[in-house]
Design a protein around this ligand. Structure first.
Ligand SMILES: [Zn+2]
Length: 107
């Protein structure tokens, strides 16, 4: 690799360490190496803009496009208000479903 070819980009900036690590885990499953920064900086929030102080996930430039897709899936899953967890098997189902797609249990 040529010098300077390994560029990292900030993919995500979250409120909690937990979120950042969850996302990192997702990225690893997609074979994307992610770096979490600022995970111990919660205590200084207030002195610096939250965007700078919050936990951040960075990825290599070459993985960025793929990482964005993982991030979007991650966000959609967490933010969609209508998702329902199956009481029987724990699978997440869209709120429009009446029966769990996985086990057929009533939602
Ligand atoms: Zn189920």
């Amino acid at each position: 690799m040529a010098p300077g070819a390994c560029v990292v980009k900030r993919l995500f900036s979250g409120d909690t360490r937990f979120e950042a690590w969850l996302l990192r885990d997702r990225l690893l499953h997609a074979n994307i190496v992610a770096h979490v920064f600022n995970q111990h900086m919660q205590s200084i929030v207030g002195d610096v803009p939250p965007d700078v102080a919050g936990p951040q996930v960075w990825v290599d430039d070459e993985d960025y496009a793929r990482a964005r897709e993982v991030l979007e899936a991650f966000r959609a899953e967490r933010e969609r208000p209508g998702n329902v967890g199956c009481l029987r098997c724990g699978e997440v189902n869209p709120a429009t479903f009446e029966l769990c797609w996985k086990c057929g249990g009533s939602l």
